[in-house]
Structures are given as structure tokens and as C-alpha cells.
Design a protein around this ligand. Structure first.
Ligand code: COA
Length: 631
């Protein structure tokens, strides 16, 4: 059976808003979440032999023949009976017996918390939504108020443990990530970061933080009877915040969070030496989420609008614009610009994209509903402004962060493309997996631009397993290479090209099925490597090998984040000479965000977006010209 991303989320459109919001304690169904979680399987440890064979197959399209021969010898040595591979495998199997998930802690550490590049661009994704028409500043405040009310409504489902369970390929998914989204924050360290989740504390927070003109405010979002503030109440509070943050000459303290993690770790210790600063930072960290009321960004053409909106969500545009109007360590930051641009930025350590878009789908539906209940306006206290004492040393750190941030902004090349010609309906009509079809278009586009295949990462969900995060689908395969090489070869017949496309799509879909069932290779290889580190054995040669480095150097880092809303996520490339592509396939169109670095002369986001569009159109033409494919 095909893996189906069967999201059975939120039918809020049909429910009146007054019924949606209930006090937390009144409807709490204790243990529902835990019971669901206990019913999930544990992530398996794949057989060693299987991973070794599949690893060699994955290398074939991306490494030279000579290199591969050498790697085959290393792999044979690694997996021989009684060898180091077997010892590490046994260690992993023991770990799997003792833990809820043998991988999840290692994964969060290595993929996120030990990763020292700035979270901005390099790790935290942005999400762009269709522009809202505001007529004035009041419009912006009103939308922000509704958005906050929508998120609080979603939070009620989390608190009550009444979130509908998500399914993939008919199997229920782990819901843990939903419980990590709110009231959490990343904390910088000198060598390794951590994440705190205040939702689990005995006194969970009841406030959000709002930032406007680089000034942070604590906004209590619950009434004394524990009901969430209504959109009307929130609007009044946001107006007060706006009016007391009109000055634009404030130090952008939030820009510190854009720094390289070691630098930020050091600056952080210095910042919180001061008691007032420490309390202000803690108020941000403890808050349920952050709302960024952004200043207008430079105007662009209609054509470039979505690309500009994407960078506003991803990095804020630099120190002159909105990069200081953020706290990038915060797990969730909702961003609302004065010109109707809106979206979010999220810190990746606690969760993947799908729970975030589930929340956004809910919020979008919520904001469309009329406000049926008007609460009597009891006066609410003034939201508290967070103070920061800026010492010369902190000022120096801010200046350094501004400079580095602006370099990063200059370097990012981002293109959002709405592919209007068809959506997932077309590949479905040709009995092909839409995701595999799009991935093959990416392979063809890359091959056409670079005349070779590049190591490719696509995220697959491991949430069928308890505390599961992601696995890698290696989209560059022998079959994808055969297809891409043949496509523009005039000596090949169309029927042969169609057969190669079908084979490549099927191979990709099979890889996907293996990945979501915990039988792909990348997390297993990571586990074996981590086990070697834990056992203090010297690093096996297979991990010191050039082929391994090539396999891990993802020229294409891709991800499908499907949503009901017409949005798209975006993120930066994971290597200096690579591309990142995120996409949301809708029924009749596909939203893509493609990025590259300007400092790399080999890559160009606009060229890649164009090549992708051409590849998709050419693939459609091929299928339509082929008699076999006629319906
Ligand atoms: N013929 C006709 N229809 C087909 C088909 C075929 N051969 N193969 C698949 N389809 C249909 C599916 O039934 C599904 O239908 P739906 O739209 O009614 O649900 C649709 O096409 C999409 O299927 P497909 O394109 O194959 O992909 P998928 O939805 O199974 O998603 C992944 C594939 C890899 C994206 C998904 O398994 C996954 O892991 N998602 C999470 C990724 C993630 O975590 N990203 C975020 C990282 S931050």
C-alpha cells in the first residue's frame, strides 16, 4: 500500500468559535495522549547486511567507479563476521531495548543542538502564506489578534489532549512533536545548545511575547478564569503595545540570536549577567510563542513578492529591516508585516514542518470565522515591556551580530515559484506518486544544470514510531540517474524514456516506503557511528572514507511539507555549493521555494527554479506524447 500522508486534521470550519475554546482543566482527558503513544511501535534497528548493501547501491550514481571499488572493500571489512560493524550493531540493538527510541536523542543532538552554524538560514525554516489585504495599521493589529486567538484555540486541543491523531499510509503517527511546539525555546551553550519546554513545568506559562520596533513585551493571554483572551481583547492589548513602542532607535537585542552558536553562547552568558536582562530573557524563553509585528520591507514587483516574503520569514531582511525584530531561539515566531505579509519562523530542534503546518491550517480556518461572541471589555493591565541594560560589551556583540547577519542576508539567494501548470493530480492520473514525480523533476533539473547527479536528501517521516523524527530518502538513485541521462538523449525513443521515468518513480516510492518503515540507511549509519563514539572505539574506516563524505554532502536538500493552506516552507542550502527546495503540492499547482548561496558561482536559485519548471513541463509532454500513457 502506498504511504499516504492522510492528515485527518481539524474540521474547525464547521465549529462555532465560542464552542472551540474551553478552559484547560475542565475538559482535560488525562492519559489519552500517553495511551496513544504507548500503542506505537519502537523504531527498529535494520539488519547490518541490508544497510551495507543499500549504502553501496546509494553511492553508485554519486561517486566515481574507482572510489566505489575502494569503498566496497571497506564495507566488506566492516560487516565481516566478528568485525567492528557487528559489535556496533549489537550495541545498537541493546540501546534499542533500553530506550523508547534508540535514535531520537542522538538525532536531536547531532542534527540540531551540536550544530554550531547560526539557526537563521542554516537550520530554522520559514513559512510564507498568501498576503492578507490590510487597509491600515488597525488591520494588521486585528489580524494579529485573530491569529493569536487561533493559536490559543489550537493550544486548547493540545492541553486537552483532543488533537486528532495524524495518519501516514493508514498507520497512526507519533503526536509528541505537537507537545514540544509551544512554551519552548532553544538555549545557546558554549559548545552545545539545549531546549527547554515550560509547558511541562508545574506552572506552565500564560503569556506570549510580542516584539515591535525591536522592543519585547509580555502579553498575558488568559483571563483570571483561565479562558483565553478573545480576539477583541487581544486587539486592545496589541494597540497598547504598538503605542508604547513607537520609538525606532532601540538596540535590536534579538539580533544576538542570529549569531554563530558558539558566539551567541558566549554573548548570552555576558547578557544574562545583568539581573534585569536575565529576567527579560527568561520571560521570552518561557512564553508560549512570540509574535513579531514587522516594519514594512522594501517594495518589490508582484513577481518577486513571494520570494521577498520568504526571506522576511527566513531571516527578516537584515539589521536595517526586521532581523532584530525576532528571537530566533524561540520555537515558534509568528510574523505579521504592516503590508499584509505574514508567516512564521520556527526553530527546528523540537519539531518538523508537518505539525507546524497542521497548526497553521487550523489558524487560517480560525481567522476566516466570524467573531460570534463579543466579550464585555473588562480593562486589562498594560502588557509589560521587557527592559535590557546594554553595556558596552553587549553593544559590541550586537554590532558584530548585525554585520554577520547582513553578510548572511547578502549571501542567500531565494526564489519562490508557484508552478501553475499542474499539481499532484497529473502524476496521480498517470498512476504515479506525485512526490516521486516531483523528486524526479528535481533530479532532471539538477542534471541539466550540472551534467551530473548530486547526493540528494528528502525528509521522510519516522513518526510511525514512538518519538520518531525523520529519515533520509536518497532521491539520487541508479534509476533516477538512468532517467535523467536518457531524457535529453536524441538517440532514445520516447517509449524508452517513459519506461525509465516509471522505473525511477517506482524506485523512489519504494525507497520512501522503506524509509517511513525504518528500513532506510542513513539513521542506521548515524547510529553505528554514534555507537562507535560511545564505545570509544576508533572511528571505523567506512565513516572516514571519501565516499561517505560525498554521500553526506547534500547538493540537493529537499522536503515536501504539504498543507491545506496555499503556503510554502523555505530554508537555506545545507552545503555551500548546494540547493534547498521545499514544496507544497496542491491538487492543481505546486508551490516551490528554491534557495542557493550567492557566494557559490556554480549555483543559482532562479536558474534552478526555471530548470525545475522546464523539467516538470517536459515530463508532462513526454507522458502526453506517449500512447501508453494516454488515459
Ligand atoms: N497512483 C495514484 N496515486 C498515487 C500513487 C499512484 N501510483 N502514489 C501515490 N498516490 C497518491 C497518494 O495516495 C496520495 O493521495 P492523497 O493526496 O489523496 O493523500 C498522494 O498521491 C500523495 O502521495 P505521494 O506523492 O506518493 O507522497 P506522500 O503523501 O506519501 O508523501 C513523503 C511522501 C515522503 C513526503 C511522506 O511519506 C513523508 O514522510 N512526509 C513527511 C516529510 C517531512 O517530515 N517533511 C518535513 C521536514 S521539516
Amino acid at each position: 500500500m502506498w504511504g499516504i500522508w492522510a492528515r485527518t486534521m481539524v474540521k474547525v470550519g464547521m465549529v462555532k468559535p465560542c464552542c472551540l475554546v474551553k478552559p484547560v482543566s475542565a475538559t482535560r482527558i488525562a492519559g489519552r495522549y500517553l495511551a496513544h503513544q504507548r500503542g506505537l511501535s519502537c523504531l527498529p534497528v535494520p539488519p547490518l547486511q541490508q544497510t551495507c548493501e543499500r549504502y553501496l547501491a546509494a553511492l553508485e550514481p554519486i561517486v566515481e567507479a574507482e572510489e566505489l571499488t575502494h569503498t566496497k572493500e571497506l564495507v566488506a571489512e566492516f560487516q565481516k563476521p566478528g568485525g567492528v560493524g557487528e559489535r556496533l550493531q549489537k550495541g545498537l540493538e541493546r540501546r534499542a531495548q533500553k530506550t523508547e527510541n534508540w535514535l531520537s536523542d542522538w538525532w536531536v543532538q547531532t542534527a540540531y543542538l551540536d550544530y554550531r552554524m547560526p539557526v537563521v538560514v542554516h537550520s530554522s525554516p520559514g513559512l510564507v502564506l498568501p498576503r492578507i489585504e490590510f487597509n491600515d495599521r488597525q488591520g494588521q493589529m486585528r489580524y494579529a489578534a485573530k491569529l493569536i486567538a487561533g493559536v490559543l484555540d489550537f493550544k486548547t486541543m493540545i492541553d486537552n489532549e483532543t488533537l486528532p491523531v495524524e495518519y501516514l499510509g493508514g498507520s497512526p503517527l507519533c503526536m509528541n512533536q505537537f507537545y514540544e511546539l509551544l512554551s519552548s525555546c532553544r538555549i545557546p551553550g558554549l559548545k552545545r545548545d539545549s531546549v527547554v519546554n515550560h509547558a511541562k513545568s508545574s506552572r506552565p506559562p500564560t503569556h506570549i511575547t510580542v516584539v515591535h520596533n525591536f522592543q519585547f513585551f509580555v502579553l498575558d493571554v488568559y483571563n483570571s478564569d483561565r479562558t483565553p483572551l478573545t480576539a477583541d481583547q487581544l486587539y486592545v492589548q496589541l494597540e497598547k503595545i504598538w503605542n508604547s513602542s513607537l520609538q525606532t532607535n532601540k538596540e535590536p537585542i534579538g539580533i544576538l540570536t542570529t549569531q554563530h552558536r558558539n558566539s551567541w553562547g558566549k554573548a548570552y552568558l555576558n547578557l544574562i549577567k545583568d539581573k534585569t536582562n536575565k529576567q527579560s530573557v527568561q520571560a521570552i524563553q518561557r512564553s508560549i510563542f512570540t509574535v513579531c509585528l514587522d516594519a514594512p520591507m522594501p517594495r518589490t514587483s508582484q513577481e518577486m513578492y513571494r520570494s521577498r516574503a520568504a526571506v522576511q520569514m527566513l531571516h527578516g531582511g537584515g539589521s536595517r529591516w526586521n532581523s532584530g525584530n525576532r528571537w530566533f531561539d524561540k520555537t515558534l515566531q509568528f510574523i505579521i508585516g504592516e503590508d499584509g505579509t505574514w508567516g512564521l519562523n520556527y526553530e527546528h530542534a523540537p519539531a518538523e514542518g508537518p505539525p507546524i503546518v497542521a497548526l497553521i491550517d487550523h489558524v487560517v480556518e480560525y481567522t476566516k470565522m466570524p467573531e460570534l461572541v463579543r466579550t464585555p471589555m473588562v480593562p486589562l493591565p498594560m502588557p509589560k515591556k521587557l527592559r535590557f541594560n546594554i553595556t558596552p560589551e553587549i553593544k559590541k556583540d550586537i554590532e558584530e551580530a548585525k554585520q554577520n547577519m547582513n553578510i548572511m542576508v547578502q549571501d542567500l539567494d531565494m526564489r519562490v515559484m508557484v508552478f501553475e501548470h499542474f499539481g499532484k493530480n497529473l502524476p496521480k492520473a498517470h498512476k504515479m506518486s506525485p512526490d516521486a514525480f516531483i523528486q524526479m523533476a528535481l533530479q532532471l533539473a539538477y542534471y541539466r544544470l550540472h551534467q551530473r547527479c548530486g547526493s540528494t536528501y528528502e525528509s521522510a517521516s519516522l513518526r510511525m514510531f514512538r518519538l520518531g523524527r525523520t529519515e533520509t530518502i536518497r532521491s539520487a538513485s541508479i534509476d533516477s540517474a538512468n532517467f535523467a541521462k536518457a531524457f535529453d538523449d536524441p538517440s532514445k525513443q520516447n517509449s524508452e524514456k517513459v519506461a525509465l521515468l516509471e522505473k525511477a518513480v517506482k524506485a523512489h516510492r519504494s525507497y520512501t516506503d522503506r524509509a517511513i518503515r525504518g528500513q532506510a540507511i542513513d539513521r542506521h549509519l548515524l547510529g553505528l557511528k554514534m555507537q562507535a563514539i560511545e564505545d570509544l572505539v576508533s572511528m571505523p574506516d567506512v565513516f572516514m572514507d571519501t565516499s561517505y563524505a560525498v554521500a553526506m554532502h547534500y547538493k540537493l536538500s529537499t522536503s515536501q511539507v504539504p498543507a491545506k493552506t496555499d503556503c510554502v516552507m523555505c530554508f537555506g542550502p545545507v552545503v555551500p555549493d548546494g540547493y534547498a527546495t521545499c514544496y507544497n503540492p496542491m491538487s492543481n499547482h505546486i508551490n516551490f521555494a528554491v534557495s542557493a548561496f550567492n557566494s557559490c558561482t556554480e549555483t543559482n536559485a532562479a536558474h534552478m527554479a526555471q530548470a525545475l519548471e522546464d523539467a516538470l513541463l517536459d515530463m508532462r509532454m513526454l507522458l502526453e506524447q506517449s500512447p501508453k500513457a494516454k488515459l
